[in-house]
Write a protein that binds this ligand. Structure first.
Ligand SMILES: Cc1ncc(COP(=O)(O)O)c(C=O)c1O
Length: 381
């Protein structure tokens, strides 16, 4: 099919006039660089939204994870257990901190870290666990917290995709981890193009993360309040992980819109669940009953008699955006991992992400479902 009737992109940000107006206000203010008033306001609002005591805006989720690992003290000689089925920013951050990632396999239904097999990975060198909320569904934090406490480990939530998701009635970011890291990349539910945040309740950890995110000193805004000529001293080497004021202004609008954006994604997910669940060879996502999904992505699992890669090619030819799910990190050559995570590897080979964003019209959803039905029927015959 050379000329598809419709083009439905896999992902699309929902940004418009309100965000543009917020950017215009930042231009007028003259403060465009990072860690200014818009970042401070967003941090207050994001802490409230996630139910955490403190929030720190960052350049992205990777930098938020790196800060988390640094303030929790991960370093050379330490092992950190990470969920294997993830965008490998999770394990990269462990390496940035100088520690070694140990990959944990995942549950076959939700794709989240498998708490049953996790205990066997703990060694005397293990210092912590990073659990990922796979494409927006919170991991099993009740069990994870119990396990971490029993083994004397810290626990980090990679909440890159889960702004607005909940676990046992509480928002992602305050569901049991010591620190949680979020992403505001363009493919996420709320976005400023790029951006991230670290949240947590421990003020010492969060204050140190704040210094480390601005080269190792207190940000200018906190010094501005002083009537003295405050000259900061560098006590440790930090980074520039500051979100710009332009991004923060956009994010403040996006955060206000979060409930509506999640509702639109949920509506799309419910439609897909209903329409795709009867197709032989296709399984729809499983959401555990005690949590809500933010639907950063909608992943179907494609099995016999269908073939994932062949379905992807057919869908793209008909204008339906799609991609593999996410990575089995241990299979990435850079890690030279000697471990095996067969469930994660299986999901890596069978998952297909189909269009999921807040701008999908009924006609888009119907088109996607029609194309998938047709492709599946043709492939079986
Ligand atoms: C689970 C997970 N962690 C971390 C990241 C990295 O986020 P960022 O691009 O904001 O650094 C992503 C991005 O896709 C992700 O999906």
């Amino acid at each position: 099919v050379n000329d598809p009737i419709r083009n439905v992109p896999l992902g699309q940000p929902t940004v418009g006039d309100e965000e543009l107006q917020a950017v215009a206000e930042v231009f007028a203010s003259g403060w465009l660089s990072g860690a200014g008033p818009a970042c401070a306001a967003l941090e207050k609002e994001f802490a409230e939204a996630t139910g955490a005591e403190h929030a720190l805006t960052t350049t992205n989720c990777g930098s938020a994870l790196h800060l988390a690992l640094q303030v929790l003290g991960a370093g050379p000689g330490d092992e950190v257990i990470v969920s294997d089925y993830t965008f490998p920013a999770t394990s990269h951050a462990v390496v940035w901190a100088g520690a070694t990632p140990v990959f944990a396999d995942v549950r076959p239904d939700t794709g989240n870290i498998d708490t049953d097999s996790l205990a066997a990975l703990v060694t005397p060198r293990t210092v912590g666990i990073i659990a990922v909320d796979l494409v927006g569904q919170p991991a099993d934090f009740l069990q994870l917290r119990e396990l971490a406490d029993k083994a004397g480990l810290w626990l980090v939530e990679d909440a890159a995709c889960s702004s607005g998701a909940t676990y046992m009635g509480r928002p992602a970011g305050s569901i049991g981890a010591d620190l949680a890291a979020f992403s505001f990349h363009g493919r996420k539910g709320i976005t400023a193009g790029e951006g991230g945040a670290l949240v947590g309740n421990d003020s010492d950890l969060m204050e140190r993360a704040r210094r480390l995110h601005t080269y190792g000193i207190a940000p200018a805004l906190t010094r501005e309040a002083s009537s003295q000529l405050a000259i900061p001293q560098f006590e440790e080497i930090g980074h520039n992980y500051r979100m710009s004021e332009v991004q923060a202004a956009i994010m403040r609008v996006q955060l206000r819109r979060l409930p509506d954006l999640i509702a639109a994604r949920t509506r799309a997910a419910e439609f897909y669940n209903r329409e795709l669940s009867g197709i032989n060879g296709i399984s729809v996502p499983v959401v555990a009953p005690d949590r809500t999904h933010s639907w950063q992505s909608y992943l179907i699992e494609i099995d016999d008699p269908l073939d994932r890669d062949a379905v992807a090619i057919e869908l793209r030819a008909r204008g339906v955006g799609c991609n593999f799910g996410t990575y089995a990190a241990h299979l990435q050559p850079v890690y030279q991992a000697k471990q095996s995570c067969p469930i994660s590897a299986g999901l890596f080979s069978r998952h297909l992400a189909i269009p999921m964003h807040a701008n999908l019209a009924n006609e888009d959803l119907e088109y996607v479902v029609d194309v998938i039905r047709t492709v599946a029927a043709n492939m079986k015959s």
